[in-house]
Design a protein around this ligand. Structure first.
Ligand code: NIG
Ligand code: FE
Length: 395
């Protein structure tokens, strides 16, 4: 056992509050937190543990980035310039750029090439304290490339981070299949084998006027349900398609983006216990002006998560700490809501209840920061105060 002491803990225990413990300690047994509390109340078994003194550093739960598209080939920096010259994200997509451009570059990349680039990106997230990471497919849009992406995502586990994989073949229409209904049939056909191979933890889709309709998404979700897989949805990012209501009717783990979410969508998510994953990086990079309905989500008691949405087009950021800041400045989350969004609620968006808070019984995933108060993590930007990161009890 290891005893981490001399810490200022932000446990995030319970439903609200930082859960601050000024002179705190964590007793770690293998990959679990055995005891968490004030140093003055240490349990007797702590006497046997190896002691590590943190000298007053701040400790928070490890960060959970619950929405990324980390595995892909190519670059889309040119589209950044095109958008600066006035083209919209939707215009670029309709002209064959956007997701389709990344699909072309991903299809020609080998598994080793995809692994090499995704490894660099994952390392950047890890360097800011990420201990659990979600990775979506969706830049293959054919059976072989979707499988390759998911295998690469799984292999990132070797970096000492937990990886959850999401099947997002219903992301865009591939050039060789102009009929969306035919393509959705293929998306449903490919899924059982990938699930059987253990490559899929959840199923996602992009419900949008430039992507798939609610009726098409429902066919993918029906397939997921038959296989016992949970679902999530890219919903109401550019327009209100009623995607959130549909996803909630399948008890989706999360709906993500949500700038155009309607009051009915908020209600449906609240009733289903679906997490709202807000993605300030995409909002910022696309210079969106429609804000997600944060006050309504709060009032309805919908748990709010935030994530990087790392992808080469709409959100090419590898900084979860910057997302904390942007969630506060752009979306008016409180620093505590933002940190909960990147820890306990991010975990919930992945269906994980064993991490995200510093509480006995949870996984020993935590971050040690060279800063005095957790609100500093959200207030500062362009600065990384991470001192050490512990994943499953190991540094
Ligand atoms: O989450 N909205 C759809 N999918 C991604 C963007 C993918 C891309 O542009 O390559 C997102 O923002
Ligand atoms: Fe996304």
């Amino acid at each position: 056992m290891k005893l981490w002491r001399g810490a200022r803990l932000a446990t995030l225990a319970g439903e609200r509050g930082w859960g601050l413990i000024d002179d705190g300690a964590l007793l770690v047994d293998g990959d679990r937190l055995r005891w968490v509390g004030p140093a003055a109340e240490l349990p007797p078994e702590a006497a046997e543990a190896e002691v590590i003194d943190l000298g007053g550093a701040l400790v928070t739960p490890g960060l959970v980035d619950c929405h990324t598209h980390l595995v892909y080939g190519g670059s889309r920096a040119l589209e950044f310039e095109q958008r600066l010259h006035g083209a919209s994200y939707a215009d670029i997509a309709k002209a064959g750029g956007g997701i389709r451009a990344t699909v072309a570059a991903t299809r020609v990349a080998t598994e080793a090439e995809l692994l090499a680039t995704a490894t660099k990106r994952a390392r950047a997230l890890i360097a800011e304290g990420v201990t659990t990471l979600e990775v979506k497919s969706g830049y293959g849009l054919d059976a072989a490339t979707e499988a390759r992406m998911l295998r690469v995502a799984r292999r990132l586990t070797g970096l000492g981070v937990t990886v959850r994989t999401t099947y997002l073949a219903a992301h865009a229409l591939p050039p060789e299949c102009p009929d969306a209904d035919d393509y959705i049939a293929a998306v449903c056909r490919w899924l059982p084998e990938l699930a059987e191979a253990g490559l899929v933890d959840a199923v996602d889709a992009f419900c949008e006027h430039i992507a798939f309709s609610p009726a098409q998404v429902a066919r993918v979700f029906d397939t997921a349900r038959r296989l016992g897989l949970p679902v999530k949805l890219h919903a109401e990012q550019l327009s209100d398609q009623g995607g959130a209501g549909l996803a909630a009717s399948y008890r989706a783990l999360s709906c993500d983006h949500l700038e155009f979410l309607s009051p009915a969508g908020v209600q449906a998510m609240a009733e289903a216990g679906t997490v709202a994953v807000l993605l300030p990086g995409a909002y910022y990079a696309l210079r969106e002006t429609q804000l997600p309905p944060v006050a309504a989500l709060r009032e309805a008691g919908v748990p709010i998560a935030i994530a990087t949405d790392h992808n080469p087009g709409s959100s090419p950021t590898l900084s979860p700490l910057l997302m904390l800041n942007m969630a506060c400045v752009l979306f008016r989350l409180t620093p505590e809501e933002a940190l909960r969004g990147l820890t306990v609620n991010g975990a919930r968006a992945l269906g994980l209840s064993d991490r995200g808070q510093l509480v006995a019984g949870q996984r020993a995933d935590f971050c040690i920061w060279d800063t005095s108060h957790p609100r500093e993590l959200a207030a500062c930007f362009g600065h990384n105060p991470l001192q050490q990161r512990i994943h499953q009890g190991e540094s």
